[in-house]
Each structure stands twice: as C-alpha cells, then as structure tokens.
Design a protein around this ligand. Structure first.
Ligand code: ATP
Ligand code: MG
Length: 602
C-alpha cells in the first residue's frame, strides 16, 4: 500500500519539543514517529511503528536462526514468583506495583526470568527436552529514577528477552555463545555499531556477562578499551593490584598536628611543610594519602546504611562503580542507590570526625573500627594492600597520622572496585593502557547459572535418572532503545537519515508544483514503485508548497527521495539520496529501475 501523505496520520512539527535533550528525541517527535504520553512513556505513530516492526523483524530472524522460539507473556504479573526469588523486594522503587480489587499484589514486569523459569518447569522434566531457548518481544516497565532522552530511557519500553535452559555448564556456554553471535549479527544488520564489553551482572546475579554498547557521547555508560583488545564497562574494570610489602621494619605510625587540612590538597601542602620527606623519597603527593569517603547506601528496603571507603587520595570515588560492586557487602541484594553521606547521615554518626577521618586499631585514638566506636562498614580500594603506608586522618580535628601501615595498623571489612578508572590506567590483562569512551547499552547477556532455577525449583532428570537443577542464561535487547539509537546515529541538521534496514519506506515520492500532469505522473510512479515490491511514501498533498514538502521529506528521512516537478516536461524526475545528498535527473521511464537498484545496492 502506498502511504499517501494526504491521508497518513502524521503531523510534522517545525519546533523542537521543549523537553527533548537529544537529537533522536527531538527528531522522532518532530518527524511524527512518536508522541509523549507521560514522562518516559510514548505513543507510537504509523511511521514509528513501521521502523519498530523492522527492528523487531531483524531480531526475530536472528533468534530463529539460533533456534530460539517466540512466546509471549503477560506484562501484568502476580507477586508470588518475584517473592520466591526475592526480587519483589530487590527491585525496590524501580518496580511498578499495583493491587487488584481483592487486594492481591501485582506488578508490571521489569524483566521476566521468573515467569520463563516457571513455564519451563511447568512443561519440561527431562534432560532430553534441553537445550531450550525461548524469547519474547514485549513491553517492560521500570520506574526509572531518571527517565531520559525520549526512548533511550523509558519507563515503558520494549525489550526482546530470551532465556536459555541447559542441563550443564557446557550447554550454558554454548547457548550463551549462540546468543552472543546472534546479537552481533542483529546489530550489524541494523547498521548500529556496537562493542561487546565485559559487564557486571548487577541485580541479575550470575557469572559471565557482557553488554553491547553503542559508542556515542550521549551514552550513560562509560567503557574502556586497550589497544590489545580488552574491553569492559567501567563498572567491571578490575584494578591492577600492587604486590604486598613486608612491613617488619616499617617505622611506627605517628600522629601529627596538621591544622586546617580537611582536604587532600591542604593535607599534601601541610605534610610537605610540617613533615618534609627526604630528597630520595620525594615530596608527599595525593597518592600517599588515604582518603576516607563517607557514603550513604539506600537499600531496596528503603533503609539507609553508611559505608566508608578508603581510597588513595589522588583518585576520586566513582559512584556507579560503587553501586555495581558493593552488593556483596550489603545485608540485602537488589537495586541500590549510593550517594555522598548528607548532613543527617553524619549527624547520626557523631564519631565521624569530618575531614580527619581515618581507619586504625592501635593508635589510642577513637579510630574507625575501634571497639567502642560505631562500627561502620569499611571497604578499601584494591591498591590498599598489606604493607602500604599512608597519611590519613587521625579521627581528631586538625590531626593526621603518618606511616599508618595497612595490615599492621588497620584492617578492613573488604576490598571494592570503587575508584574512578582513568585513561592511561593499565588494562588488567596487561594488554596496554586504557582509553575511555561513552556508550549506550543496547543489549546485555548473562550467564545466570542456577540462581533462578534453584529459587523456583526448576529441575530435570539427567541421563542417570537423577534430579539436576537447570542452568540458565538471560539475554536482552532494547528494541525501542535501538530505534532511538539508530535515529541518534543517523541524522543531520535537516532531519532523520535512516539506514535502509529500518527506514519506514524505501522511497519518498514528492509531487512538486501544481500541474495535474505532475500529480498524475507522480501517482503512476508511486504505484509502479510499489508494484516493484518497494515500500512507498507519496506526498500527494495538493496545496502544500515545494519547500514544505522537501522539508518534510528530509525530516522524515527515507533514504531515497524522488521528486516529480518541472523536469517532467523534459521527461525527467529528480532522484536524491538522502544520505549523501547527491541528486540525479533520471528519465521517467527509467526511474523505477533506478530506485529498485538503489534499494538493492545498499
Ligand atoms: P540500564 O543500565 O541502561 O538501565 P539495564 O542494565 O537495567 O539497563 P537490562 O536489564 O540489562 O537493562 O535490560 C536489557 C536491555 O533493555 C538493555 O540492554 C537496554 O537495551 C534495554 N533497556 C533497559 N532499560 C531500559 C529503559 N529504561 N528504556 C529503554 N530500554 C531499556
Ligand atoms: Mg544491563
């Protein structure tokens, strides 16, 4: 069917929507693809749906190619399965919860591990039934703290989520690798550059996990790569740990007056003045200091917990890295929020001496971790290894301790990857210095292992007739996010510039001028193009100026624009490539072939 602009449910806008921060959001709204219904919630218009369906189709084909079968779950789900895995609590405020008329608890699913696990448990019972991969393309609901950038971070969004079920680890590895390969194909076919990076599993649990990041400055994720091929989300980067140092002969720690030194800079300056080091050792630097940063963690239960991080003074704390890695030390798993401790948090912990906080066990001062003092969770950066000596707070205003030796004078509750990763840091696998870049997470694959199967008792009989817990993988692609990322990476000042793979049509025919013969010829070409198997948009609006029509064609972003106008008296039409901007006059009777070739050739 030719989409006629005189009838198409479409209004393009001249003005950018006021709330749009990024180009994809601005243009998808202006070009009539989506409309905002509520924050982070969007309505799809015909052109938008057309692109969305194409993205979905590519995903379906690649899922079919690895033998994954499509199913469809409800989005409205009962609480019980999510209680069994504790995610009813773990998801915290991110979950849309609701009650039915009888008072029963329901949720709008943020992801479906539980339901898939239960479905397989319902129907399968033998190793002979496995391996199995099933998936759906479906709305997900997450009450994101910061819905942002239109479709990029919505509160309702479409995800393709697959789940694999295997009887053993080798099977899981194979299912995971099949999905990984399928994902690379999907993004290649979409024309969306992605880099697979090592990721943390986060709230999902499980072991091996990778994200597919689309590199762009507007991305919310930071990732690193080395010349030698190491790639990781910054959350998952591991620090190159220095060797432990023998401290048998290390001098005793000493407390010194260091008035007015609540910051690292003032401390370094004062140290060099008051406690100068030998020429051989060189002056004190921020890297010699141990900075103790007080953070407040909001648990999924809403409770707030104080955590103190001990990090080298020359490194900032990266809150996203803390969020990604602190889970193991918290009393409950799940979605958490980490921020600098506020006035109230500090007021509740009067033993925290602001600006002069330090760890320690044996210095006769009320140091952190000392009996009698409030016991706070104390975690350190991996660079704090046994034998390293530090300048750090003495827990008394205006005093610092010098030569406080890790493992001798203080200990910690655990080690955490929590400081910023910098360009130039060494890759953990020795493959060279790291560069950092930003990206959007387009997909995420996890080896879940047996966590969900165990919680929900998904077992099958193995070859020996023994009950074994099934091992699972979970694999997500952001479908609506892919539409936005494609728009983001394919636009110019005039509008969208879709790749052929997902464009809402193959060709946009524009009748320019008033003559009846122009409209008749354009109409015929539109029908012939359609007859040749192409998807056609035809701007047949009778009283719209050429400027507006061309403007709309460029805004809508179909890859080929065919204009029927003045040239018709000479028997030619103008065919323009929206991407290169190149235009050519082509004889009317060659126009269909020309466009068909253009469509086929890319
Ligand atoms: P993010 O870190 O961006 O919040 P996530 O890690 O929570 O994403 P997953 O649970 O791994 O997301 O979901 C799988 C995929 O779903 C993601 O890779 C992403 O493409 C997409 N996705 C997740 N959250 C959203 C959202 N709020 N809006 C649109 N797409 C999303
Ligand atoms: Mg993810």
């Amino acid at each position: 069917m030719v989409l006629r602009l005189s009838k198409l449910f479409l209004r393009t806008l001249r003005e950018d929507p006021a709330d749009a921060e990024v180009a994809s959001h601005r243009l998808l709204v202006r070009a009539g693809y989506i409309r905002r219904a509520a924050p982070g919630i969007y309505t799809w218009l015909p052109l938008g749906l057309s692109v969305l369906r194409k993205v979905e189709q590519i995903i379906r084909e690649e899922m079919a190619a690895i033998g994954a079968q499509e199913v469809h779950f409800p989005a409205l789900l009962p609480k019980e399965p999510y209680e069994a895995t504790n995610r009813w609590t773990e998801y915290g405020e991110g979950l849309f919860r609701l009650k039915d008329r009888k008072g029963g608890d329901y949720l709008l699913a943020p992801t479906h591990e539980e339901m898939f696990t239960l479905l397989v448990k319902d129907l399968y019972s033998s190793y002979k039934d496995l391996p199995l991969s099933i998936y759906q393309i479906q709305n997900k609901y997450r009450d994101e703290a910061r819905p942002r950038a239109g479709l990029l971070r919505g509160r309702e969004f479409i995800m393709k989520d697959s789940y694999s079920f295997d009887v053993d680890d080798a099977g899981l590895e194979a299912s995971y690798n099949a999905h990984r390969a399928a994902y690379l194909k999907i993004f290649e076919r979409l024309g969306l550059e992605v880099i697979p990076v090592t990721a943390t599993a986060g709230a999902m649990g499980g072991s091996r996990s990778e994200e597919f990041l689309h590199p762009t400055d507007i991305g919310e994720d930071t990732f690193v790569r080395s010349a030698g091929g190491y790639t990781a989300n910054v959350e998952a980067v591991t620090t190159v740990v220095p060797a432990e140092i023998d401290f048998t002969n290390a001098p005793a720690a000493e407390i010194r007056d260091t008035p007015n030194t609540p910051t690292i800079d003032t401390l370094v300056a004062a140290s060099n003045e008051l406690v100068p080091r030998s020429e051989a050792d060189g002056p004190w630097t921020a890297a010699d200091t141990l900075k103790n940063v007080v953070l407040a963690v909001t648990l999924p239960t809403g409770e707030r917990q104080i955590v103190v991080l001990g990090v080298p003074g020359d490194r900032g704390v990266d809150l996203k890295r803390v969020e990604a890695n602190i889970g193991a030390y918290l009393p409950v798993a799940g979605e958490i929020a980490v921020e600098a401790a506020g006035e109230e948090d500090l007021a509740r912990n009067p033993l925290i001496v602001r600006g002069y906080l330090g760890p320690g066990m044996s210095l006769g001062a009320p140091l952190l971790g000392l009996e009698g003092a409030a016991k706070l969770l104390y975690l350190v950066d991996p660079r704090v290894v046994n034998g390293t000596a530090w300048v750090t707070g003495a827990n008394m205003a205006g005093k610092h301790v010098f030569g406080l030796v890790a493992g001798r004078d203080f200990t910690w509750d655990g080690v955490i990857e929590c400081t910023e990763v910098r360009a130039g840091d060494e890759a953990p696998d020795g493959s060279g210095p790291l560069e950092t870049a930003r990206g959007i997470e387009m997909g995420h694959i996890f080896q879940l292992g047996r966590k969900y199967a165990e919680a929900l008792e998904l077992k099958v009989l193995d070859q020996n007739g023994k009950q074994v817990v099934v091992t699972m993988g979970s694999y997500g692609v952001g479908v609506t996010r892919a539409v936005a990322a494609l728009a983001e990476s394919n636009h110019d000042a005039k509008g969208l510039v879709w790749p052929r793979s997902v464009a809402p049509a193959d060709v946009h025919v524009v009748a320019v001028g008033r003559g009846e013969e122009i409209f008749a010829a354009a109409e015929q070409l539109a029908l012939d193009l359609e007859g040749a198997g192409l998807e056609v948009i035809y701007d047949d609006r009778p009283k719209v100026s050429p400027g507006v029509k061309f403007g709309d064609a460029e805004l809508v972003g179909v890859p080929t624009i065919l204009a029927v106008g003045r040239g018709l008296v000479d028997g030619v039409v103008e065919i323009k490539d929206r991407r290169s901007g190149e235009a050519e006059n082509v004889a009317v009777d060659k126009a269909v072939d020309y466009v068909v070739n253009a469509v086929r050739s890319n």
